[in-house]
Design a protein around this ligand. Structure first.
Ligand code: SAM
Length: 443
């Protein structure tokens, strides 16, 4: 029983469908003949109000809707109009209400498939920037749009080989002004502005290797994926897929179908750009929080995650989900930043706090994966390999100093070198570890 506002309702292709499930629906369009057709088609539902109005001039009651729905509307508006409408949608929605919208997009590189006029095919990152900057405040709280999910429309990929139809699901969240996450309103905003800002991602990629934001890039990926006994057509979930390196490798080498999920919109946007360059539809990406996403039981042959779960506190809860999502006999492979079982130094404590990481030792990792119900669990301390790789990455970066500085500047070059030297120092002090966990779901 939800109250819905449908914007740009056209002749009402969705209106009737929604009316059958909702408590009420206000269907808005500025074309009179469309509104007439919508009334004819759906007027018999007692809960439909068709409103002939221009959405950019629309005024509705604040806190009156649980869902705002729009399909192919925002691409007709200017950036300023989208921003104004976004603010109004936030106000029309009740707390925890959802905004769903779908648009034709234009990816900044690769297969761009421009459709017909009249439209503004934005880069998906542009919509995200607009919606993430919208908020409203009252005395105690701030209301924002939290980006819950975003992906390509699957039907368009399947039938039209077109990944540029993109949908978003945002939720109105009210945050107490006193609660913040390291100075940001949400964890996602923290990631997107700090460790995984677009520039930081590209800077990390320069040292890890093309399409990778994790230890050893393609080299460790080949080694670890080799442990998974993959077969053509395997369904793989890459948790925290970053800009896509592992996903592309598994699809290209093993013809696996890979779904990469990541919480950072900057990561997902770059992954979309890279996927468009490749035009390999076996790899799909979705923006979402792995801890909140649900998949059907037995959806995947492999769950794979590289240097990501350090960001997640409830690891047992997550591993139980992985178990559920895997087919019987399905494989799990994780690499992750870990810590010592012994007492941490002050330097390490400060580093982990500043990054907001949640760490376990390789041994604890193994225990928690077993506790979740996995069998044949192997949890290895691979810190020796981490150190080898860090040294190699340092040597390569120093050898390519001039191109690094040309692309990112002297300060960023120094930042990366210092960061890598600090990681080596923390490993040598015994605090920082790197773990490799492989396990299987019982048959
Ligand atoms: N696995 C990729 C690779 O190997 O290149 C990226 C690793 S990067 C160090 C860690 C990734 O985890 C980031 O892209 C981050 O946005 C993602 N992440 C953190 N918390 C997440 C969550 N709750 N759900 C999904 N992704 C998350």
């Amino acid at each position: 029983a939800k109250d819905v506002i449908e914007l740009g309702a056209g002749i009402g292709r969705f209106t009737g469908e929604i009316a059958q499930k909702a408590k009420s629906i206000i269907a808005v369009d500025f074309m009179e003949n469309f509104c007439e057709k919508n009334k004819e088609a759906n007027g018999s539902y007692g809960n439909v109000e068709v409103l002939c109005a221009d959405v950019t001039k629309l005024n509705l009651l604040y806190n009156s809707a649980d869902i705002v729905f729009s399909n192919w509307l925002l691409m007709y508006l200017s950036n300023d109009e989208v921003a104004d409408l976004a603010k109004k949608m936030l106000l029309w929605l009740r707390k925890d209400g959802y905004l769903f919208f779908r648009e034709s997009c234009f990816h900044p590189s690769g297969n761009t498939q421009r459709l017909q006029n009249p439209s503004k095919y934005r880069d998906p990152a542009c919509y995200q920037k607009i919606f993430q900057s919208v908020y409203s405040t009252d005395r105690e709280s701030i209301s924002i749009f939290a980006l819950k999910r975003m992906s390509s429309v699957q039907t368009y990929i399947k039938h039209k080989d077109n990944p540029n139809q993109v949908w978003w699901l945002l939720q109105k969240q009210q945050i107490n002004k006193m609660d913040d996450y390291h100075g940001y309103k949400t964890f996602q905003e923290f990631l997107d502005n700090e460790q995984y800002s677009r520039n930081s991602i590209l800077r990390y990629e320069k040292i890890f290797g093309k399409d990778f934001i994790s230890t050893g890039g393609l080299e460790t990926t080949k080694e670890f994926v080799g442990m998974l006994d993959m077969k053509e057509g395997d369904e793989v979930l890459d948790v925290g897929s970053g800009i896509g390196g592992s996903a592309f490798y598994m699809a290209e080498k093993f013809k696996a179908n890979v779904l990469g999920i990541d919480l950072s919109s900057n990561m997902i946007n770059i992954a979309y750009e890279r996927a468009n360059e490749r035009e390999d539809r076996r790899v799909q990406f979705e923006l979402c929080d792995a801890t909140q996403r649900e998949f059907s039981d037995g959806a995947f042959d492999v769950v794979y995650s590289r240097d990501t779960i350090l960001h997640i506190e409830d690891k047992l809860g997550l591993f139980k989900k992985f178990l559920k999502w895997l087919k019987p006999g399905g494989r799990l492979l994780i690499t992750d930043y870990c810590c010592t079982d012994d007492k941490w130094s002050d330097i390490y404590t400060e580093y982990v706090k500043q990054r907001g990481y949640h760490l376990m030792s390789p041994k604890q990792y193994g225990k928690v994966v077993s506790e979740a119900g996995f069998i044949d669990v192997s949890a290895e301390d691979r810190t020796w390999q981490f150190i080898e790789v860090l040294n190699r990455e340092l040597t390569n970066t120093e050898a390519n100093r001039d191109t690094f500085i040309k692309d990112f500047g002297e300060a960023d070059y120094q930042y990366i070198l210092d960061g890598w030297h600090d990681k080596l120092k923390r490993c040598n002090m015994g605090d920082q570890k790197w773990g490799l966990v492989v396990a299987r779901k019982p048959l």
